[in-house]
Design a protein around this ligand. Sequence first.
Ligand code: ZN
Length: 367
Amino acid sequence: MITCSILDDIDNLYRPENHYTIVLYPGVEKYETLNNVLKSLAMELRKLKEEGFKDNQNVEWKVELYFSSDWKFLAMCLGLNAANSRYFCPWCEVSKEQQGDFSYEWTISKTMDQIREDYTFYKGHIRPAIFDMIPLQHWVPDELHIMLRITDVLWRLVLDELRSRNTWGERARNVIIEEMKRIDVKFHFWLEIGSTNWQYTSLMGQDKLVVLQHFDLSKLFPYSRAVQIRSLWDKFYLLHKAMKDSKTDATQFSNDARAWLHQFLDSNYFYQASDITPYMHVLVYHIPEMMRIHHNFGLAAFSCSAVEKKNHQQVSHFFKRTTKDGGTGKGRKSAIIDILEYENRLLYFKEHDEIDSMQLPKRLRVK
Ligand SMILES: [Zn+2]
């Protein structure tokens, strides 16, 4: 799903209904498909950027374009290879091996002009960028996915450490389940048939924040180690909070984020430089710079949170029938038309006076 919204309407950006669905398709995310599907959109965006926009009262508007999404989609639209590749960063030329080396100062060094001229100039770029009319400084990292994915890593490292301490087993799993109950987070473990790897509930954003703040690690680790991990989690929680706060001082944030990464690597050798993920690199090196560039909006304005909510609403309302039976081609297609027609009706009524004399379409029901 691709949505657009008006960044200047900053007070309403957190509302899913202020993000308008412009592209929706049920297939897998794949460059070739996207490039095809998005061709006409890209042409319109190019025109919009060059010529601006004239509204129905003949007022001319200059349009600045911005882009935000999760990593996979962003990398794909940029023509960049996958996040686990050697050259993974959309904004700078860091390599995997250089991630734990603090002697480098990574800033936004790539430019869209260069990518447009010759994308092979930068290592890791394997295809032309789809949205090459948006300057790279306007491709803004999303706070939600930074929080989700880094929290995933912190949690996985806890489980890995239990394994390496030989304290992973039935008892540890019960302790975790009890502790999750205490902090009111629905969580369970299960074994898939034929596998010996324990799977566990993938938590939603709000639950992840609760775990990050309140999970009592001393129930799993020796006290001194629990204090270390707790400190790392607390500091990450505060970094995420600061990232969303438009009043945060970028220099202070940069120092705090660096100190956090130092602390991450200084965890009694439990965490290695190879545990640093692309999102951590972005948090430490590019978020402070993005804060400075976009200080008039604040990074929270670029959050995908409202779009994720919108997606959840669409899935629970329109796809309910079709996802139950696995979603046959026909069912999925009609659900997509339903969604787009629903949104078109909303837009129509927004622009027409009949809105006063008619009842609004029923709101989406959120489960
Ligand atoms: Zn970078």
